[in-house]
Ligand binder design. Structure first.
Ligand code: GRF
Length: 221
C-alpha cells in the first residue's frame, strides 16, 4: 500500500511534529512525512525534522504582502513535495477560506481543548477560569472558522484541584501526542469520511467507561 504523503505545518516547538515523525518512522504506518514547513525561520521544530532527515522549508509570512500571497507560496512548496494531506501542528497562522477549500477534508489541525469549547488562544487559562472538570484536545479537519471543523478524535483529561497552567498543559499535551498519530492513521487508512459536516469513522471503538470528575468519594459507583 502506498503511504499517504503528508506535509506538516509548524510555527513553534514541534512536539506534535515529533510525535508524528515517531509514528511515521514505522514503515507499516500508513502515512509518510514528505516535508515540514514553518512560517517562522527559527521554529525549533525545524530541528526535529532535520534530525529525522525530512525535507524542510520556511515560508515566512512576513515576506509576503498578504495572506493570499503567503498561501500561494505555501501551495507551491506543498505541490513540490507532492503532499496529499496537511497536518497543522502548532501552526499559528489563520488560513483563508480559499486555502481551506483547496484542502477541504485534506487538512488536519490539533487544538488543546475539547472543541467546540475554548477555540482560539489561552485555552488552558480559560478552562481553569471556567472551572471545567475535564479539559482535553481535539484533532479535526480545518474549516474557514478558526478551530472549527469535523472532529476526528478527542482525548479528555481531568482537571485536578491543584492544577495550574503548566500542569494542565502538560497533561493535555501528552494526550495530543497520542491522538494526533491516531487521527492521522485513521485518515490515511481511508476510514474517515465527512458526512453532513461530521466525521464518520469506520471501525471506531468507543471507550469502555464513563468518566466522572470528581469521583464520588468512598463509593465505587
Ligand atoms: C499544541 O498545544 C497544539 O495543540 C497547539 O499548539 C501547540 C503546539 O505545540 N495548536 P508543539 O509545537 O506541537 O509542541
Amino acid at each position: 500500500m502506498p503511504r499517504l504523503k503528508t506535509a506538516i505545518l509548524i510555527s513553534g516547538s514541534g512536539s506534535n511534529l515529533q510525535a508524528l515523525i515517531d509514528a511515521c518512522a514505522d514503515p507499516a504506518f500508513p502515512a509518510e512525512i514528505v516535508g515540514v514547513i514553518s512560517n517562522r525561520p527559527n521554529a525549533p521544530g525545524l530541528e526535529h525534522a532535520r534530525a529525522a532527515g525530512i525535507a524542510t522549508a520556511v515560508v515566512d509570512h512576513k515576506a509576503y504582502a498578504d495572506r493570499r500571497a503567503f498561501e500561494a507560496a505555501l501551495d507551491t512548496v506543498l505541490k513540490e513535495a507532492q503532499a496529499e494531506l496537511i497536518c497543522n501542528a502548532g501552526f499559528m497562522r489563520i488560513l483563508t477560506a480559499g486555502f481551506v477549500e483547496r484542502w477541504r477534508d485534506r487538512c488536519l489541525n490539533i487544538h488543546p481543548s475539547l472543541l467546540p469549547a475554548f477555540p482560539g488562544l489561552d485555552t488552558h487559562a480559560r478552562a481553569l477560569a471556567a472551572g471545567v472538570r475535564f479539559a482535553g484536545c481535539t484533532v479535526h479537519f480545518i474549516r474557514a472558522e478558526v478551530d472549527a471543523g469535523p472532529i476526528i478524535v478527542q482525548a479528555a483529561v481531568p482537571v485536578l484541584p491543584d492544577d495550574d497552567l503548566a500542569s494542565l498543559a502538560v497533561r493535555v499535551l501528552t494526550e495530543e501526542h497520542r491522538i494526533y498519530p491516531q487521527a492521522l492513521r485513521m485518515v490515511a487508512e481511508g476510514r474517515v469520511r465527512v458526512v453532513d459536516g461530521r466525521a464518520v469513522i469506520d471501525g471506531a471503538a468507543a471507550p469502555p467507561e464513563v468518566l466522572i470528575n470528581p469521583s464520588p468519594v468512598g463509593s465505587s459507583s
